[in-house]
Design a protein. Structure first.
Length: 372
């Protein structure tokens, strides 16, 4: 066989001794399952799970598998045996002390004592899974912290956005106290007050939805709706920074599968960075474009955000998505906003790129695969 050295074994006894040594000294668990029962387990497998041979041999293999994992194991093992492809899968096995440990396993069909059996080889990956879970927990904390930072940025602007319609309502309420006002005029004023209340409800709903921290909920959605919601929330921040925004949306934008809150967080981070980049510029302008394109044989929906800021130097472009990298002054940024955005878009199967804008600033482009 290719890339495998051939062993020249002189006699049967030497062959048996060699394979016995390989099995007994192996740092991989080796077992044989026949008719659903364990008929052999090597020393590594016994030691890793704290059993002796009598406690395993003859027992149903299924009884050691975590109940929540059994269907998964059965499906993966059947697929591997039918296709003959060694694709490892992970699941939990119960040790003698009652704890469950994670293993990575591959299986193959063999003949054992004249009958068909399954040879399984497995390694203990419990520590690896613990590390993955710890990293996952740390990532969740980071996402929550970044979202809360974004909420804090939006909060002041939203407060002003709510106060304006409240002031309008207060003025009309005072005017409605005048008994000389006609019925038609009262109806007109009440209609204005109702519209202002609806405006407040929309703003608070958008902010509340954005502020909620939860597991990703993937939905089939129109990215234009997400973008409009973000721009509504950021309207006061943009107005305070004297930033003009134009929207150029395509008419027939196909849906994508995404978490609207996570995608909203990405766009809040991108627009917040654009606002900061234009702080010292006389012309402050953001152009949002949404369209579709075909790239590398796939259909994508893209959202681009181009600004008139100071731009990004070529030597820095490759680093802007690196965690903790920031060009802002101390105290004005953690360097995590774009890193978090990059991670979110990757989880969605998309990409995020940076280019120069037509006005010398930066243009960030988020691409998401079209929902099939």
């Amino acid at each position: 066989m290719d890339n495998v050295s051939e062993l020249k074994i002189e006699n049967r006894a030497e062959e048996v001794a060699l394979y016995r040594a390989i099995i007994e000294q192996s740092l991989v668990g080796i077992g044989i399952i026949q008719d659903g029962k364990i008929v052999f387990a090597n020393p590594y497998l016994l030691k890793a799970f704290g059993y002796d041979g009598e406690e395993l041999i003859g027992k149903e293999a299924r009884s050691f598998i975590h109940p929540d994992d059994y269907r998964w194991v059965k499906e993966r093992a059947s697929e591997m045996l039918s296709r003959g492809l060694p694709i490892p899968y992970e699941y939990r096995l119960q040790a003698k002390n009652g704890d469950y440990r994670w293993v990575m396993e591959v299986v193959t069909l063999i003949t054992f004592k004249g009958r068909r059996a399954v040879l399984t080889t497995a390694i203990d990956v419990t520590e690896k899974k613990k590390t993955e879970m710890e990293l996952g927990a740390a990532k969740d904390m980071l996402l929550k912290a970044e979202r809360l930072a974004s909420v804090a940025t939006l909060a002041a602007g939203v407060t002003h956005e709510i106060l304006n319609p409240l002031n309008i309502i207060a003025v009309y309420c005072q005017m409605l106290e005048d008994p000389q006002i006609s019925l038609e005029e009262r109806k007109r004023m009440l209609a204005i007050c109702r519209r202002q209340v609806e405006r407040i409800v929309k703003i608070t709903k958008d902010l509340n939805k954005f502020a909620q921290v939860h597991e990703h909920t993937m939905e089939v959605l129109d990215v234009r709706e997400v973008m409009n919601s973000v721009l509504n929330m950021m309207a006061a921040n943009l107005r305070h920074a004297q930033v003009e925004v134009t929207r150029d949306y395509g008419e027939k934008i196909p849906p994508v599968l995404a978490d609207p809150n996570a995608l909203g967080q990405v766009m809040v981070n991108i627009i917040s960075n654009a606002i900061d980049a234009m702080e010292k510029k006389e012309k402050r302008f953001i152009e949002i474009r949404i369209g579709q394109e075909e790239k590398e044989g796939k259909r994508w929906v893209y959202i681009s955000c181009a600004d008139t800021g100071s731009g990004i130097a070529p030597e820095i472009k490759a680093r802007i998505f690196t965690p903790f990298f920031t060009t802002k002054e101390v105290g004005k940024g953690t360097g995590m906003g774009l890193a978090v955005a990059y991670g979110i878009i990757q989880e969605h199967g998309g990409t995020i790129d940076v280019e120069d804008s037509p006005w010398g600033g930066a243009k960030l482009i988020v691409r998401l695969p079209v929902k099939r």
